[in-house]
Design a binder for this molecule. Sequence first.
Ligand SMILES: NC(=O)c1ccc[n+]([C@@H]2O[C@H](COP(=O)([O-])OP(=O)(O)OC[C@H]3O[C@@H](n4cnc5c(N)ncnc54)[C@H](O)[C@@H]3O)[C@@H](O)[C@H]2O)c1
Length: 246
Amino acid sequence: MELSGRTALVTGAGGGIGRAIVTTLAAAGAHVLAFDRDLGAVEKLADAVGAACEPVGVDLADASALRAAAQSAIARRGRVDVLVNNAGVLSPHKLAATTLEEWRGLMAVNLDAALLLTQAVVPAMKEAGWGRLVNIASYAWKSGGLTAGTAYSVSKAALVGLTYSSARELAPAGITANAIAPAYVVSPMIMEQLSEEDRQRQLAAIPVGRFCEPEEVAHAVRFLASPLSGFMTGTVIDMNGGLQFG
Ligand SMILES: NC(=O)c1ccc[n+]([C@@H]2O[C@H](COP(=O)([O-])OP(=O)(O)OC[C@H]3O[C@@H](n4cnc5c(N)ncnc54)[C@H](O)[C@@H]3O)[C@@H](O)[C@H]2O)c1
């Protein structure tokens, strides 16, 4: 139980990947604050996981509500040891179809919320001399987006930038910052928002011959959260089934 006594905060906890991350971190001994705007989804998750999962309903796009939820969680738990910025929204819109309104709405969730939560948890991590920041980016950060649109790809590239910047600044304080860049994980984001034609085309291009399972992403999060991963910071773990060689 390498995360016994640790508190983790996972955003987008009610989604496909988020549920697997919460379940995996709780199984590793962590107390997990499960943040999602869909309170019903995280309450259902807490029913399944048990007392180690604490559901929190909050809209990440609402900066003041997010700050308040984070501060109240930190006040209750003392500190957050592991922050997993997992929540994300997808848009398929490329350059011409990207409105400023959509861009800003997407950045608020995919990027701004990660900054605000990092700012909220880092002071107590510094005091403790230990912390783990894990940002769920996407293969789109470097592919430019195969099926994903402009705002989404840019948000994930910027999230990798936040990871690098945090890693450099916080390494002396015992805090690591890493990202995971998955492609095509079996979740509502892919199974419901991608056309059947796109799904089949991408499946054919993945050398491993299947999509990624949420539990595989969660396993990488657990690895990065481990006390034994302290020498690993400022990295991006690729999880794309060999797609990048295609
Ligand atoms: N599924 C994939 O193929 C894939 C690939 C690469 C990266 N990712 C990334 O993985 C992460 C998780 O994706 P997923 O596939 O589990 O998606 P999902 O759509 O299943 O889950 C996303 C969760 O985020 C929550 N959320 C969205 N906007 C929110 C807001 N404003 N406030 C609070 N919660 C909000 C949703 O309620 C949902 O529970 C995302 O960052 C996504 O970009 C996914």
